[in-house]
Every structure is written in structure tokens, then in C-alpha cells.
Design a protein around this ligand. Structure first.
Ligand code: HEC
Ligand code: HEC
Length: 366
């Protein structure tokens, strides 16, 4: 399906929204839309806030178990949530993931503490889409040790990582209604995954390394044909009519994710767009070749964006990912190659160093 057809067939944004049917009906009666819209938006914040009460001790939520050996992971159905306090808290969490900006963005109704992006911009379909950076493996694998911080991290810490980096914002306190709801939702999304398991379809796809370096110039040309329609020539995206959320989120500039964000690593960006962009793409019907995805990642991540103090990151520098573009490094390769590749020589060198380390350790132990 061509981009134009895709565009004509349906409003791409509505695909991922649970309110699709409601919106369709509203669309038919377009003349009352502005009136209804005003009332609805004003009310929504109040409604969700009002629902927040301490979750009941025993939620009794029935969750279907997946057959993880055969099938792609599938999120539980939000409609199966009971209308008790736990159900309401989880629903509020979903709302915060899908429409973060309306609550916590520059014009947020609760607080202004982030750049205006939604979690859902990167965690598609509220973190339920296969290979759309979903939350399937969060409840099952956290708390866990992460080398970036060098500490055991809770889900709250990981959520704040994305707020401070991807949303270039200020962290939420663990005790806030909003953090509690986000964590309740993320735990519920992954509640059909056994402890320790990372199911099929989790996170992002991993693309094979290119033999040459990823080229921002090639990426720029691709951007102009495949991305510019929605993300715009200056990468600044498009705001909705109310000016409180992005219709198409920015890819660079002041309103975008900062240097410390996951997407600033070329492998994460390339994996994300391969399975998900142009919008509407699924992992089993990609529209970009691996090579195109790498070049696009190189282009977008060579454009200006906010910085972040990362002095405390990677206390053990040997644990930096191969495509983490900030030195110092243990392997002797420079920042440019760590950013754009080619990555295979770095990987080989790292493996050699690791082997040498174990040999020395064994000799020492004798
Ligand atoms: C600009 C894109 C972007 C935005 C916006 C974003 N994230 Fe993330 N998030 C990522 C990337 C990239 C990763 C790491 C994926 C990987 O390394 O496989 C990640 C990882 C996570 C993880 C850990 C997932 C796992 O399986 O270990 C959680 C939890 C998370 N994000 C929550 C959030 C929440 C909550 C928000 C909104 C407050 C948010 N993110 C906003 C890009 C984003
Ligand atoms: C048809 C419109 C459309 C096209 C074309 C498109 N995107 Fe997107 N893109 C979106 C939308 C909409 C989102 C946010 C998804 C959501 O919130 O559900 C998004 C999100 C993103 C994100 C994560 C959020 C952010 O702003 O950092 C990246 C990265 C991205 N797109 C890159 C690309 C690239 C690269 C291309 C070209 C190959 C592309 N997109 C083409 C509509 C589009």
C-alpha cells in the first residue's frame, strides 16, 4: 500500500487510539465536534484524577495466559479490566502513556515537566505493539541490574530514565499518582509473561550491522522521500490544533529527545523505524531495507537536539554499547566510529578484549 493510499484510507493517528469508534461517530456529526471536544477535553483530566484512589489489595484480575512458545506476545485486553480502583488506576496509566503531553507536557493539565512527546510516540499502541518498543518484558525482568547506571533499577527508575532523556524532562516522584498509575499499567501489560521471560515480539528488532558506515547524506535523501510528509522538512513535526500535543512528533530540535535517550543510539533508532515507520508499518511488512534504516538513523541523529549531563552514566566503561557515541572507550575506536560504524570491527575487538580478560583472570586464579 502506497503512502498516499494509506493516508487517504484512514487517519494514521486514529489507528492506535482506543477511541477510534467514538471519533468516527463524532466525525460524522462534524458540526458538533468543536463543542463536544471542548467539554470532553476539559473534563477528561478531572475524570481521571477523580478515579485515583489506593488500589485494592487483591485486584482479582483475570489474565489470559499466552502460549509463548508458539505465538507472538499479545497484550491483555483493556476491556477485561474491572471497574474497581485497580482497574481505574491501570486505565489512567494507559491514558498517561498514550497522551502524556496533555497531562505532563509544556501545556500539561497536571504539571509542565516534559518536552511534549507522548510515551506512545515511541512505545506504540500504548506499549503493546509487537516490535513497537512494547512493555511486554518489563514486569517480568525488573527490577534488574543495568550497566548504564551501574545499579539495580526499579520500573520507576526506568520510567524516569525515559522522562529525563526521551521526554527531556524532570522525573516524577515514586509516590505521585501519575508514577503509580504508569507502573500499574506497565505491570498489567506484562502480567501474562512469566518471571524472567522476554517473549517473542518484545522491544525492538535488532538489525544486522552494515559493512560500511551509516551515511547521513544518504539518510537525508531518504528522509525527503519517506518521512518528510509527516515529520516535516525541519524535523519539527506538527502540533494538534489545541497546541498541547504532537500530531506528528518532532525528530530533532529543542522539542525532541536528548543525547542521552535510547533512540540516539543508531541501532535503537534503526530497529524502531524498520518495524514501525512510515507510520502504520508492522514488523512483518517493513517498508525500509536494513540499509535504509541505518542511513536514516545516521541522518536524524546527526541533527541538533538537546544535550544531557551523562557524567554518571556507564560507571564501567567496558559495558558501553557498541553504538554509544560518547567516550572514553576501552576498545581504542573513536567517537565517530562508535556513532556511525562500521560496528563489526568494534564488536570483534571487544570480544578479543573480553577473552584476554578471562585468560588473565584464570592465570591469576591458578
Ligand atoms: C523518544 C522515544 C521514547 C519516548 C518518548 C519514551 N521512550 Fe521509553 N524507551 C525508548 C527506547 C528507545 C527504549 C529502549 C529500547 C531498547 O533498548 O530496546 C525505551 C525503554 C523503556 C522502558 C524499558 C523497556 C524494557 O523492556 O526494558 C520503559 C519501562 C520505558 N521506556 C517507559 C517509558 C515511559 C513510561 C515513557 C513516557 C513517560 C517513555 N518510555 C517514553 C524510547 C522512548
Ligand atoms: C504517515 C505519517 C508518518 C510518516 C510518513 C513517518 N512517520 Fe514517524 N511517526 C509518525 C507518527 C504519527 C508517530 C507517533 C506515533 C504515535 O504516537 O502513535 C511517529 C513516530 C516516529 C518516531 C518516534 C518518535 C519521535 O518523534 O522521535 C520516529 C523516530 C519516527 N517516527 C521516524 C520516522 C522516520 C525515520 C520516517 C521515514 C522513514 C517516518 N517516521 C515516517 C508518523 C509518520
Amino acid at each position: 500500500m502506497g503512502l498516499l493510499e494509506f493516508y487517504m484510507n484512514e487517519d494514521p493517528l486514529n489507528r492506535s487510539r482506543p477511541k477510534k469508534k467514538v471519533l468516527k461517530t463524532l466525525f460524522k456529526a462534524a458540526w458538533i465536534l468543536p463543542l463536544l471536544g471542548l467539554g470532553f477535553y476539559g473534563l477528561r483530566t478531572e475524570l481521571y484524577r477523580a478515579q485515583i484512589l489506593p488500589p485494592s489489595a487483591n485486584p482479582n484480575i483475570a489474565i489470559p495466559q499466552n502460549n509463548l512458545t508458539e505465538a507472538l506476545w499479545k497484550a491483555p485486553d483493556v476491556n477485561t479490566l474491572p471497574m474497581n480502583e485497580t482497574g481505574k488506576e491501570i486505565r489512567y496509566g494507559k491514558e498517561l502513556i498514550a497522551h502524556t503531553s496533555e497531562y505532563l507536557g509544556p501545556k500539561g493539565s497536571i504539571r509542565s515537566m516534559s518536552n511534549g512527546m507522548n510515551c506512545q510516540n515511541c512505545h506504540l499502541d500504548a506499549g503493546t505493539k509487537p516490535f513497537g518498543n512494547n512493555y511486554s518484558a518489563v514486569a517480568s525482568t525488573y527490577p534488574k541490574f543495568r550497566a548504564r547506571s551501574g545499579t539495580e533499577e526499579t520500573i520507576q527508575k526506568r520510567v524516569n530514565d525515559c522522562i529525563e532523556r526521551s521526554l527531556n524532562g524532570q522525573p516524577l516522584s515514586d509516590e505521585s499518582c501519575e508514577m503509580k498509575a504508569i507502573v500499574a499499567y506497565i505491570k498489567w501489560v506484562g502480567s501474562n509473561v512469566p518471571k524472567g521471560v522476554t517473549p517473542k515480539g518484545a522491544g525492538l528488532v535488532d538489525l544486522a550491522f552494515l559493512s560500511q558506515q551509516a551515511d547521513p547524506k544518504k539518510g537525508k535523501i531518504l528522509y525527503q522521500t519517506k518521512c518528510v510528509l509527516c515529520h516535516k522538512a525541519n524535523g519539527e513535526g506538527t502540533m494538534n490544533a489545541k497546541g498541547n500535543a504532537w500530531t506528528y512528533p518532532p525528530l530533532w530540535g529543542d522539542q525532541s529527545y536528548n543525547h542521552g535517550a535510547g533512540l540516539f543510539r543508531l541501532s535503537r533508532f534503526a530497529g524502531y523505524i524498520k518495524a514501525n515507520m512510515p507510520f502504520g508499518t508492522t514488523f512483518d511488512k517493513p517498508q525500509l531495507t536494513d540499509e535504509e534504516a541505518w542511513h536514516l538513523a545516521a541522518f536524524v541523529n546527526s541533527m541538533p537536539r538537546p544535550t544531557k549531563d551523562m557524567a554518571k552514566d556507564w560507571p564501567d566503561i567496558s559495558k558501553k554499547p557498541i553504538d554509544h557515541p560518547f567516550g572514553p572507550f576501552v576498545d581504542g575506536f573513536d567517537e565517530h566510529q562508535h556513532k556511525y560504524g562500521p560496528f563489526s570491527p568494534i564488536k570483534e575487538k571487544r570480544e578479543k578484549l573480553k577473552k584476554m580478560k578471562t585468560i588473565t583472570a584464570k592465570k591469576r586464579d591458578k
